[in-house]
Ligand binder design. Structure first.
Ligand SMILES: C[C@H](O)[C@H](O)[C@H]1CNC2=NC(N)=NC(=O)C2=N1
Length: 92
């Protein structure tokens, strides 16, 4: 799986609402924050994400902050973002 360039990622993100490029600590990833009414709804979403991730064999990092869920996707083997991450982002 080929690591995408920053330009390729930005182009690919255009049709995927609210996902952003993230380059914290030099590690390229894509991420999005989802907001819910409360913790219970946030966890229900996380459970759906988990099911989808298991089916695809591709798993976002999941940060839960009460009613906010931040998902971060990268392909570890490639050391960056690949089409697998974009596919998963679109699904989520
Ligand atoms: C062996 C297994 O398929 C790999 O470790 C998978 C699992 N899930 C993964 N998820 C994500 N987001 N990136 C990966 O590189 C990754 N690798």
């Amino acid at each position: 799986m080929n690591k995408m360039t920053i330009e390729e990622i930005e182009t690919a993100l255009k049709p995927i609402a609210d996902w952003q490029l993230s380059e914290a600590d030099g590690a390229t990833a894509i991420e999005r924050v989802f907001r819910f009414d409360d913790f219970v709804q946030a966890i229900a979403f996380v459970n759906k994400v988990a099911e989808r991730a298991e089916t695809a064999g591709h798993h976002p990092d999941i940060h839960i902050h009460y009613n906010r869920v931040r998902l971060v996707l990268s392909t570890h083997d490639a050391g960056g973002v690949t089409s697998k991450d974009l596919e998963m982002a679109a699904a989520l």
